[in-house]
Design a protein around this ligand. Structure first.
Ligand code: ADP
Ligand code: MG
Length: 686
């Protein structure tokens, strides 16, 4: 249960004065549903309202605050603006311009002959001064409330900074004093204020770096503590000691030898699985670095050790592909089965039976493999491929909940920069595939304007004639699956007209699963030369003969995602080409981003730059999964805040694992404040 102390913060936002039905929509847009959300909706900057006695052309461009008196109005016909002409104390003119054609409302706001205190941005319009939509118009008695620094908040239609500031002030008033969870020496070293004071300070002065840093630290600390607790819980249970004797792995007939990085990672995994504590390991490897082989070896170790293994894929397509690859490579070595939401009836029944009686060694599938109806005889290892579609908490709890927790290997191609690994995964051990299989040639990337589409189609024609295959990716144009699909269908249609129906395969998210499989098969068996796809091919699909990829609207993708897509080619020995089509007009940032894609094939470098240019949400894929990592800690603060938060959380858990001492209790409050409740749940039961 959340401590009562926090109740005022978790009350509905409607308890604040001034939050009526009209505010519901705007607040919803900003995702401010509770008082705490308002308190944590931090200002991003401020405006200085310069107090003035007199209008002055030299102030054009500044936000001023001044006493004015309306002398006449001019409304244009129709929907034109209403202008109120006003004078200062010396008789200098300014027009106050209101768009939207409500002259009656303007006349009420600025009655003729009555002084009003007005603030807004002064502009020069020809030779005249004007203020368009003054931010503030109040009677002279209230002049003292205007002027000086005023916080600016991220806004939405129907709610301005002033309202948000007023709501924040009420939220702060309701905020309780909270016990201190920060280690005293750390707090002293940075000169950080207490929690409530920090909250008040940051709303009063958005430039207060100490207040901002403290609040961000709190959030990162809660995150690190939660991850540690979940891990501790998983680790406190005895796992299955799985020692492989190599009898199955030795029978693998590989057309190549593993890279040094693959061998090293397999060794690390083998070492973990031989322990009686469950493994929690992240395998990071750029696209094409050969994660599948590592997963296969890990699964075989589990089987050699007398247990079963499961491989969890994020999509049906990937599950099928893994199934095909693994059942091929493991023929006569281990029994492999597949289970997805699509499998029903008798086939499903027999798979379930095989899992329960142990006749199936390795199961591949989507999240259907963890439904309650699925029971394993002895599940010893779970491999999660391309984890970023799954939630962190879900993943870790999966392990924490099992009676005998299986070893867990999470594989990701998202090249997360080092500073973020800790935030996203906490205390997982990390293996890196930092070496590509030999013979890979870097992918040549070119950026072209969409106007050159015809040339691109011609180039595709030559590529197909030479026996090559190609991907053609149509991204999400708007935030809807329908338009995504429409774009792909339209492109497939034009390509079919040019190259014939048989040459073009098409997959998109709205397709029936069987249809999708059939189209994928046409492409992977080289019956179709080009695969037109939405971003469903983003992860994992492997067709080495496809050495050309065309990506439309490349400027709308995150770089990490572009890199993933590009990684579909460059898998065979031949030279691969990636053509990025961009829109006609590009921002400076978009230009820089695409240039980086052209220059670099290094996933880590791209990820670091993308982080700098776009922020962490995109990179971590939190936008897709709807999982929010941080709201107070900006990505650029993490490098500095994570290490102390991590070591402080660790120290606390070492000293007081049950969080029952004074600081432990305070830290519990922090966990609730940042809604890391799942972790507290573990504490209670433990
Ligand atoms: P990813 O890490 O993106 O999942 P894959 O496991 O799909 O990469 O491997 C990409 C390609 O590289 C596959 O075609 C695979 O057969 C090949 N491959 C993997 N390991 C090696 C190796 N050591 N030497 C040569 N080719 C390899
Ligand atoms: Mg893969």
């Amino acid at each position: 249960m959340r401590p009562d102390l926090l109740n005022p913060l978790f009350a509905e936002v409607t308890v604040l004065k001034g939050v009526g039905p009209a505010m519901a929509k705007p607040l919803e847009r900003l995702k401010l549903s509770r008082v705490v959300d308002v308190a944590f909706h931090l200002p991003t900057g401020w405006i200085d309202r310069c107090p003035r006695d007199e209008l002055d052309m030299a102030d054009a461009g500044r936000v001023i605050a001044i006493q004015l008196t309306a002398v006449d109005y001019k409304s244009s016909a129709g929907r034109g603006p209403t202008r109120a002409h006003a004078v200062d104390a010396k008789g200098n003119y300014v027009s106050l311009v209101y768009f939207g054609g409500h002259s009656g409302w303007v006349k009420k706001l600025l009655p003729l002959g009555e002084p009003r205190f007005v603030s807004g941005k002064l502009e020069l319009y020809g030779q005249e001064l004007q203020i368009v939509h003054p931010d503030i118009v109040v009677p002279p008695e209230e002049a003292s409330t205007v002027g000086g620094r005023e916080a600016i908040y991220p806004q939405a239609e129907g709610i301005n900074s002033k309202r948000l500031a007023a709501f924040a002030a009420q939220a702060i008033e309701r905020a309780p004093d909270l016990p201190e969870w920060i280690e005293p020496s750390l707090k002293a070293k940075h000169g950080w204020p207490g929690w409530r004071e920090a909250l008040a300070n940051i709303h009063a002065d958005p430039a207060d770096e100490k207040a901002r840093a403290r609040l961000a630290y709190d959030e990162v600390f809660a995150n690190q503590l939660a991850l540690l607790l979940v891990r501790g819980e998983a680790r406190s249970k005895r796992g299955r000691t799985l020692v492989g004797d190599g009898r199955l792995r030795d029978r693998l007939d590989l057309p190549y030898s593993p890279t040094g990085a693959q061998s090293r990672s397999i060794g690390e995994i083998e070492g973990d699985m031989a322990q009686n504590r469950p493994m929690l390991r992240l395998l990071q490897g750029d696209v094409g670095s050969g994660k599948t082989l590592v997963a296969t070896m890990a699964l075989l170790i589990a089987v050699e050790g007398g247990a079963q293994g499961a491989l969890l894929a994020p999509t049906e397509i990937l599950a099928r592909q893994h199934y095909e690859t693994l059942s091929r490579t493991l023929t006569g070595i281990a029994t492999v089965a597949i289970l997805t939401g699509r499998d029903k009836g008798r086939v499903r029944e027999s798979t379930l039976m095989g899992l329960a009686d142990g006749s199936i060694d390795i199961l591949i599938g989507t999240h259907a493999i963890f439904q309650d109806s699925v029971t394993y005889k002895a599940l010893g290892l779970v491999v999660v491929d391309e984890q970023h579609r799954f939630g962190v908490a879900q993943r870790m709890l999966l392990q924490a909940k099992a009676a005998v927790p299986p070893h867990l290997l999470v594989m990701t191609a998202t090249p997360i920069p080092r500073t973020l690994t800790l935030a996203q995964y906490g205390e997982m051990d990390v293996s890196r595939l930092d070496e590509m299989p030999p013979g890979r040639q870097p992918i040549e990337t070119r950026v072209l304007s969409e106007e050159r589409l015809a040339e691109v189609v011609e180039a595709l024609g030559r590529h197909l004639e030479g026996g090559g295959q190609a991907y053609w990716v149509c991204p999400l144009v708007e935030e809807s699956e329908t338009s995504d699909m429409a774009a792909a269908e339209m492109r497939a249609e034009t390509l079919r007209r040019r190259f014939g129906d048989a040459a073009v395969a098409l997959v998109h998210g709205r397709m029936k699963p069987l249809e999708k499989d059939a189209e994928m098969a046409r492409f992977s068996e080289a019956r179709a030369g080009v695969l037109v796809a939405t971003t469903v091919i983003e992860v994992g699909v492997d067709v080495p003969n496809a050495t050309l990829i065309v990506i439309e609207h490349a400027d709308r993708f995150g770089l990490a995602q572009l890199h993933q897509l590009r990684g579909r080619v460059g898998r065979g020995g031949g030279k691969s080409v990636c053509l990025l089509l961009r829109g006609g007009t590009l921002s400076e940032t978009s230009r820089a981003r695409l240039a980086l894609m052209r220059e670099s094939n290094d996933g880590f470098r791209i990820a670091e730059e993308d982080l700098r240019l776009r922020g962490s949400g995109e990179l971590l894929g939190t936008r897709q999964s709807g999982e929010m990592t941080f709201r107070l800690a900006a990505p650029e603060m993490l490098g500095e805040l994570l290490p102390p938060a991590n070591s402080d959380a660790r120290l606390l858990v070492d000293r007081d694992g049950g969080l029952s001492g004074e600081r432990g209790q305070a830290a519990r409050v922090a966990l609730y404040l940042f809604e890391r409740d799942a972790a507290v749940g573990l504490l209670r039961s433990g």
